[in-house]
Ligand binder design. Sequence first.
Ligand SMILES: Nc1ncnc2c1ncn2[C@@H]1O[C@H](COP(=O)(O)OP(=O)(O)OP(=O)(O)O)[C@@H](O)[C@H]1O
Ligand SMILES: [Mg+2]
Length: 251
Amino acid sequence: MSAILSVRNVSMQFGALMANKDVSFDVEPGTVVGLIGPNGAGKTTLFNCVAGFYKPSAGSILFHGEDITGMPSYRVARKGLARTFQVVRPLKEMTVLENIMVGAYMSHGDTKRALAFAEECMRTCFLEEWRDKPSGDMTIGNKKRLEIARALATGPKMLLLDEAVAGLTSTEVKEMVDVIKRLKATGLTILMVEHIMEAIMPIADKIVVLAHGEKIAEGIPGDVVRNNEVITAYLGKKYAEGMAKGHGSRS
Ligand SMILES: Nc1ncnc2c1ncn2[C@@H]1O[C@H](COP(=O)(O)OP(=O)(O)OP(=O)(O)O)[C@@H](O)[C@H]1O
Ligand SMILES: [Mg+2]
């Protein structure tokens, strides 16, 4: 199967700091890939390179085989690659549906169709009860799902989720995992940055681990969490012991 996204030897330098060093991995269509690693490992930087917010210092990014390296973000978005942000920022004076409509107008020129699609994305993300309420009044868990609904409304082929479950209660984490499972079932490809292993383990087909800007491991979740280098750099012994007993939590 040919990859929908190929990250090839990507490096990103900020002055003397190498935030990404020669990172390569592929994302196969219809799969969920988790990108994990300690704070400052370069996960968001890599997202910014993929989504066209940064031009990598070296390396290339292919989307559906097309070289999109350095392409501006609005063009990357039009090609079907949508992202959410680590810090959510809905238009808080606007209602939830209006927020989603902003995305829907990108995929549907006609207002009636845009509205129908926005409503569909709203339901997929379990936001019906918020339809006509201002997004500024929402809890963080609902705002995170709104962020996904807005990205979804642009009609992407692939979604980049940056810490979609950070700061959520355990009930909200479960709701988010359900949303991501729904998205996967529609055939959407997802690359997700996440610290909460409980959210990644049940949904990821593959996990890529970054530390100090470099890829230190890649593989199926069960193998990656048993990798000694990953345990040392990120998960910690406590997590590994928890895994051995059948439960794994970093917190
Ligand atoms: N625009 C920038 N200018 C300079 N340095 C930056 C910039 N963006 C990120 N960095 C640095 O690059 C490194 C990687 O940061 P990045 O935000 O990609 O990490 P992360 O893996 O997403 O971390 P976290 O888990 O805390 O979100 C950090 O040392 C950060 O300070
Ligand atoms: Mg980050």
